[in-house]
Design a protein around this ligand. Structure first.
Ligand SMILES: Nc1ncnc2c1ncn2[C@@H]1O[C@H](COP(=O)(O)OP(=O)(O)O)[C@@H](O)[C@H]1O
Ligand SMILES: [Mg+2]
Length: 322
């Protein structure tokens, strides 16, 4: 049996492409035959809405899971054979306060993923734009962090704090946590700024090689997600880019990214491909044709550490980006 691999898609900045990436990368990976579950950990419910799931239907969501009233399995909405979503509601915004006195509050999601033995190969978590308790739950549960970045002049602002938080969680509660890579989103390859920022990030990651930081092996994904208005349009239709316009640059980029992601994740590239590819424009739901999910095995339960939430808030040094 294969353990489910959990990825936190994280950047505490809003508007960098987290949700767009979780939705479309997730759909592409599922369509390549890898059973995938997407978890919406943002109270704004953008990922939930992206799939046309109304935030209150079904009535069970991530909030109910974190507050101990439901299982992840009961909160799952099946989108296609290989793709499921666990939705959020605005209630989730209250979870940080409500859980303040709960022992092991940053471990709740990790415990559910470890204990429920969900039938997925990959779980992608769409994180909220903050480094609070919801994000700590994502980091405590994750194997890898993937960081979407926009190549503009403030791109690196906040990266220091993000990486320190990852490092803290890795040291205290989740020793397996690693930074898998950086995805450049809304990329404008013509601009000098884009290539300068890319070079800065590359140099930073190179300088960490061989260090004992969780980002020592982090890579920039070779595919940059180009700015493409279709990616901004498709959520309002409750569709992924592959259902909305499978011939556009956005679909092409996320499909290419999915190949690199699967390779990074150690998933089998032999999985049966299904057609999110361009030549069949009217096919209603390519990802529905994917092969059935594989069973998973238990995850290791990481040791609980009560002080981590406070520590993450108190101990982060100021960002050291340049
Ligand atoms: N590659 C892209 N090209 C054009 N618009 C994009 C692209 N990626 C994301 N967007 C749009 O930019 C906005 C922010 O993206 P989103 O994925 O919601 O970011 P985050 O989840 O980090 O807040 C959304 O309106 C989204 O539709
Ligand atoms: Mg978002």
């Amino acid at each position: 049996m294969r353990a489910v691999k959990v990825f936190a898609i994280l950047n505490q900045k809003g508007g960098v492409g987290k949700t767009t990436t979780v939705a479309n990368l997730g759909a592409a990976v599922a369509a390549r035959g890898h059973s995938t579950c997407l978890i919406d950990l943002d109270p704004q419910s953008h990922l939930t809405l992206h799939f046309g799931v109304e935030p209150n239907t079904p009535e069970i969501g991530v909030y109910d899971v974190l507050s101990g009233e439901a299982s992840l399995a009961s909160a799952t909405v099946q989108i296609t054979d290989n793709l499921a979503v666990i939705g959020s509601t605005i209630d989730l915004a209250a979870a940080e306060i409500e859980l303040a006195g709960t022992v092991g509050r940053e471990q709740i999601l990790a415990d559910h993923l470890a204990e429920e033995n969900l039938p997925y190969e990959f779980v992608l978590i769409d994180c909220p734009p903050s480094l609070g308790l919801l994000t700590l739950n994502a980091l405590a549960a994750a194997d890898e962090v993937i960081i979407p970045l926009q190549a503009h002049f403030l791109a690196l602002q906040g990266l220091g704090k993000l990486l320190e938080t990852v490092s803290l969680v890795q040291r205290r509660i989740n020793p397996k946590l690693r930074v898998g890579g950086v995805i450049f989103c809304m990329y404008e390859s013509q601009t000098r700024l884009a290539s300068e920022v890319t070079a800065d990030v590359e140099a930073f990651l190179e300088s960490a090689r061989g260090s004992d930081t969780p980002w020592a092996n982090a890579k920039i994904f070779p595919t940059r997600i180009r700015r493409n208005v279709k990616l901004a349009e498709c959520p309002s239709h409750g569709q992924t880019i592959f259902d909305y316009d499978r011939n556009c640059n956005g679909a092409e980029d996320y499909l290419a990214l999915a190949e690199q992601f699967i390779a990074l994740a150690g998933g089998s590239l032999q999985s049966k491909p299904t057609q999110v590819a361009p030549e069949t424009p009217d096919k209603p739901d390519a990802s529905a044709q994917a092969i059935p999910p594989e069973p998973t095995s238990d995850e290791t339960v990481v040791a609980a550490n009560e002080e981590t939430v406070a520590a993450a808030n108190d101990e982060n040094p100021p960002p050291s980006e340049s």
